[in-house]
Ligand binder design. Structure first.
Ligand SMILES: Cc1ncc(COP(=O)(O)O)c(C=O)c1O
Length: 403
């Protein structure tokens, strides 16, 4: 047994975006008299492992927080974790620090494409992928994922055609997929790699959710294909399971020497070469907490099965067949084709979720629910959610009646 504790930590009084009312009120109307379910952003409610807390406290105890560097132990922790958890072999020089995974993606876009050139993603996808492309003045090419049997599929022929027609330079993969929580199979990844190799497309594989995998699922990193095609950059982060996204301490794995050098130069240009003071001890300690991660993952998987079961009564909802991370992706298109109405009613019921507009495009009739909360709260959420769904139904019926 590890020290994983599924208790919701109250963060409403600290400056975290997830629960702080000052922050939430900038976007939402919060009803102070009703329980709030803020289940939109991607961090969970459980405390970090004790080892991580102790490592941070030790550093905190030296009351000067000067410019930091990356010690040998930082690299050793990453090398060991990647070997033990994913059977990936890396050397120190393959590891590049970044201040957030999207920052690494932006560095990649800047280093390996020019303004106006095409960058491909699959949609829907975690919103900042789209922003990374648009804000660097590249052209966004979206491959719309097919939604079949509550899973996503890629139409490989169309995927290749888009690469050729649009002269795509970089493909941004999200594996496991956010918002779906879907791990891409080995066979589809192999096809993607072969297509990208054929057309000389660099792949940035965002694998920040790779540590949170359901029991029967096999996760394949794109790094496993490096001997076949080495134009691959893998973005990794301890933040999702270990819950310290605020430290912005992530890293990329890139073996190809030329890609590696270009990315290091890009990092130098941004002057973001020194790490977050607390992120370094936090990462080193977290990567000693494999037991904690196992217990965390089991709890999340149980939460997933709980909510799927509890929502079985709602015949007009379909729930994504998830096998990674702490999100539940819900399709409400049979309930209403008016996403604004759905959102409005949820907000009026003090329920804040992430919707299609947070996922670039092609997710209009979906909501993503963060289930990284304690079971008792999840049970209360389900009740409030069902109540809100009934209200949506009533409003839809009224509108249909009038029309
Ligand atoms: C797919 C994906 N990529 C990147 C991020 C940001 O991660 P990081 O904290 O590693 O910068 C998130 C956070 O929600 C995410 O879901």
């Amino acid at each position: 047994m590890s020290d994983f504790k599924p208790l919701d930590i109250d963060r409403s009084h600290v400056n975290d975006r997830h629960w702080n009312l000052e922050s939430l009120s900038q976007t939402y109307k919060i009803n102070p008299n009703r329980e709030l379910f803020s289940l939109w952003i991607g961090d969970h409610d459980f405390q970090v492992p004790i080892k991580v807390q102790e490592a941070i406290q030790q550093r905190l105890a030296v009351p000067v927080y000067g410019y930091a560097f990356l010690p040998q132990t930082f690299y050793e922790a990453i090398i060991k974790w990647n070997k033990e958890q994913f059977n990936l072999t890396y050397k120190k020089e393959n590891i590049i620090l970044s201040h957030g995974t999207i920052a690494a993606m932006i560095m990649t876009i800047k280093a390996f494409s020019n303004p106006g050139e095409a960058i491909l993603l699959t949609s829907p996808i975690y919103g900042p992928f789209g922003e990374a492309i648009k804000n660097t003045n590249r052209s966004l090419v979206a491959h719309k994922l097919l939604y079949k049997n509550n899973r996503f599929e890629i139409d490989l022929a169309l995927f290749e055609k888009q690469i050729v027609d649009e002269k795509v330079k970089i493909f941004l993969l999200c594996n496991p997929h956010n918002p779906g929580g879907q791990v891409w199979d080995y066979s589809i990844l192999l096809e993607i790699v072969n297509i990208c190799k054929k057309h000389k497309v660099i792949i940035f594989s965002d694998e920040v959710h790779r540590d949170i995998i359901f029991k029967e699922t096999k996760f394949t990193s794109l790094a496993h294909f490096e001997s076949l095609y080495d134009q691959v950059i893998v973005g990794v982060s301890p933040n999702k399971p270990f819950n310290f996204g605020g430290f912005k301490t992530t890293y990329i794995l890139v073996k190809n020497e030329s890609l590696n050098n270009s990315l290091k130069q890009e990092l130098v240009k941004t002057k973001m070469t020194s790490p977050n003071t607390f992120g370094v001890p936090a990462l080193i300690a977290a990567y000693e907490c494999a037991d904690w991660l196992k217990d965390f993952n089991a709890y999340i998987e149980d939460n997933y099965h709980f909510i799927v079961n509890a929502l079985k009564t709602e015949n007009d909802l379909s729930i994504f067949d998830t096998n990674a991370s702490f999100f539940v992706y819900v399709n409400f298109s049979q309930l209403t084709t008016n996403p604004s109405l759905f959102k409005e009613v949820m907000e009026a019921n003090n329920i804040i979720l992430a919707y299609g507009d947070s996922f670039v495009q092609d997710g209009e009739y979906f909501a993503r629910i963060n289930i990284g909360i304690g079971r008792a709260k999840l049970e209360r959420f389900v009740q409030q959610f069902k109540f809100a769904l009934a209200e949506v139904r009533t409003k839809v019926n009224k509108i249909n009646y009038i029309n």
